[in-house]
Design a protein around this ligand. Structure first.
Ligand code: AHR
Length: 662
């Protein structure tokens, strides 16, 4: 290397860093005006978006361990393997009783002759294996029909080494021509993230099997056939104001036949008709041929989940249009009646008493009290005049009968462009209650748009930031990462949502869950494998905003201006009149440490200490992982409050939540 050149380079770098240091060392002053209450922050402000994408429901939160339990996948034995000592034609047959059960027609018939261990067995591989925990109870059940006694089913959980780590035995009684359910529970003797279940047959007889099911004993609230408790806990910890369900594109379906139809997702699980998951084939680069929707997590369970975690339920319904990127199949306007009726009936299902048809069904499912539905979305990422004309039909019918229900209209797929502008104009002409905007954009966009809502109309329609996530690469790229930088850019943008809480009434990151071995779309808020979960830095941003939501925005100003990116800094302040706290959310997206001073005006005597929760790391591209889940996670520290001022040093690349009692 040329010495002179390198010395010069060094000098330039030194001078540049010295200048940066000087800039960084200048104390930046921010004024907080406690007496100037601005917008009221809605209890619904920060929520969660749930969609069965990335194995979020089947293979995810829905704790069923058997894949293709009812043999209704396109390939009836997908997920199952048959082992036999000697091949006998027709010993395992897939049969159908379509005339009796159109929702769940297929079952298998196993003919067992003088069988002993090793003669004939079925193995289910689970969803990328089965997560099994040492010492935990597992509940096996099946629907069966047996003509005479004499068949025994041996159940074996087998770990990755082929060792048996849990055993059960069923000796079903003959049922004649009737279907019956039989169950057995057993305890696992070891932990394995990718176990399998073997069922081997003993004896003689012909047995029909369907709905072969295995659940862990530690489901959320110990509900049989319930949810993975660790995944629900991650949601509950966020204290979400609402839960949007069931999506997302899944609402639309690739074609109308595979749209989400809530009525087919309630009642006994064995009567819920399985359909293909639209994410099964969506991305050629991430095919998931074994992805189907069993609807074990159906609309009743969604409402129940919302209630469990204290979130307002927000169902999104199909508006009579399938995904416009896929088939763009639309129902004709004279055929739209059943779609609208679905919306009206859903309100009855959620809110009416047990004297009504749909209220009765809810009560019979175990929830006599209403679910308090107050809002509903019509359409997901739909656009064009075809959407608007369908929306008008829905609106008229729903508002006539239920003026109390707030309707959410989609503003398409993007936060700008012709489609967005056209829709925005039309929806506002319709006096939309709430408009659902989506942004999947690069981190820079999020930072540059922190003031997006500062000049939005204040009195008209409210905004639901219904789906957003910063894309470190580009939308739908499998290379997108949930790193610190994307999280900070979202936090920066969210300060703008909070500052404009009089316009923005709700917001949710999307998608929510992803299985490390079964995802189609990244980035995602929470990642899981069969036994573990971890929150991304983006999760902690969402959680901190939501947990420290506050009740009223107050001005947070630098030189009398909102803090929307000056020197890479973003900030908002609010008070919480329930906890009597001032809460400041402050994002430093720069690589420089920043000395700041918050001057608090309009307060009485303040305590001597404030609490700061900091989310940061050395590198903006740093991520969390299953093995290091807390690398980027909130850490608390104290800071002095003197003369109504809070002075402290803000770390580079950090999100800071400062709280002080008022
Ligand atoms: O969140 C993933 C997908 O992104 C949603 O299903 C869809 O609404 C959006 O395009």
């Amino acid at each position: 290397m040329n010495f002179k050149k390198s010395t010069l380079n060094f000098l330039v770098i030194f001078l540049l860093s010295a200048t940066n240091l000087t800039v960084a060392q200048q104390v930046k002053t921010f004024t907080i005006k406690l007496n100037d209450l601005k917008a009221e922050i809605q209890p619904t402000m920060w929520g969660v978006f749930f969609e069965d994408i990335n194995m979020g429901a089947d293979g995810g939160i829905y704790a069923e361990l058997i894949k293709n339990r009812s043999f209704e996948f396109a390939a009836p034995l997908m997920g199952w393997t048959i082992k036999r000592k000697q091949f006998t034609e027709g010993d395992v047959q897939v049969l159908s009783r379509k005339e009796i059960s159109s929702a769940n027609p297929r079952y298998i018939q196993v003919t067992v002759s003088n069988a002993i261990k090793g003669s004939l067995s079925l193995t289910n591989e689970g969803f990328r294996g089965m997560g099994i925990k040492n010492g935990l109870r597992y509940d096996f059940s099946m629907m069966y029909r047996l003509n005479s006694n004499g068949v025994r089913l041996h159940l074996e959980l087998v770990n990755t080494k082929g060792e048996v780590i849990g055993e059960g035995l069923l000796s079903p009684d003959a049922t004649g021509n009737k279907w019956k359910k039989q169950s057995v529970s057993f305890i696992a003797t070891a932990t394995d993230p990718k176990a399998k279940l073997n069922i081997w047959f003993e004896g003689n007889g012909v047995i029909d099997l369907d709905m072969i099911s295995l659940f862990p004993g530690d489901t959320w609230k110990n509900r049989p056939g319930g949810f993975r408790a660790d995944m629900v806990q991650m949601l509950a910890d966020m204290n979400p104001g609402f839960i949007r369900f069931p999506g997302g594109c899944i609402v639309e379906g690739r074609e109308l036949a595979t749209r989400y139809q809530w009525k087919k997702t309630i009642g006994p699980v064995e009567e819920r008709q399985l359909i293909v998951n639209r994410w099964n084939t969506e991305f050629i680069h991430r095919p998931t041929p074994d992805y189907f929707q069993t609807f074990g997590l159906g609309f009743f369970e969604y409402f129940q989940l919302a209630e469990d975690i204290g979130a307002a339920p927000l169902p999104i319904l199909n508006c009579g249009m399938a995904c416009q990127f896929n088939t763009a199949e639309f129902v004709s306007l004279d055929g739209i009646g059943p779609y609208v009726q679905d919306a009206l009936d859903l309100i009855e299902f959620a809110n009416a008493d047990a004297g009504t048809k749909w209220g009765r069904i809810r009560a019979d499912m175990g929830h006599p009290k209403p679910f308090n539905l107050t809002m509903m979305g019509v359409g997901n990422e739909n656009w064009g005049p075809q959407y608007v004309e369908r929306l008008k039909i829905f609106t008229k019918a729903i508002k006539e009968k239920h003026p109390e229900i707030k309707l959410i209209y989609s503003c398409g797929t993007d936060p700008d462009g012709e489609r967005f502008d056209d829709l925005n104009r039309e929806l506002r002409k319709m006096n939309a209650d709430i408009i659902d905007e989506h942004y999947y954009r690069r981190p820079e966009w999020f930072m540059q748009n922190a003031a997006r809502y500062d000049n939005y109309p204040r009195k008209a329609s409210k905004i639901f930031a219904g789906e957003y996530a910063a894309q470190s690469d580009k939308t739908v790229s499998p290379n997108n990462k949930n790193n610190l930088l994307t999280a900070l850019s979202e936090a920066a943008f969210m300060t703008g949502l909070e500052r404009n809480a009089d316009v923005v009434s709700m917001a949710s990151y999307a998608p929510l869950f992803a299985h490390v071995d079964g995802w189609q779309w990244t980035p995602d808020l929470i990642w899981v494998d069969n036994l573990r979960t971890y929150g991304t830095p983006n999760y902690y941003v969402q959680k901190l905003f939501s947990v420290y939501k506050g009740t009223h925005v107050v001005p947070f100003l630098s030189n009398n201006r909102p803090v929307t990116g000056q020197d890479g800094l973003f900030g908002t302040a609010c008070i919480d009149n329930k906890t009597n706290e001032l809460i400041v959310k402050f994002v430093n997206t720069s690589d420089q440490q920043q000395a700041v001073n918050y001057k608090i005006e309009g307060s009485g005597k303040l305590p001597r200490k404030a609490l700061i929760t900091v989310l940061t790391s050395d590198r903006p591209d740093q991520e969390n992982s299953l093995d290091a889940p807390l690398t980027i996670s909130p850490k608390d520290q104290e800071v002095d409050v003197k003369n109504k001022e809070i002075k402290f040093s803000v770390k580079p690349y950090s999100f800071n939540v400062v709280r002080v009692k008022m």
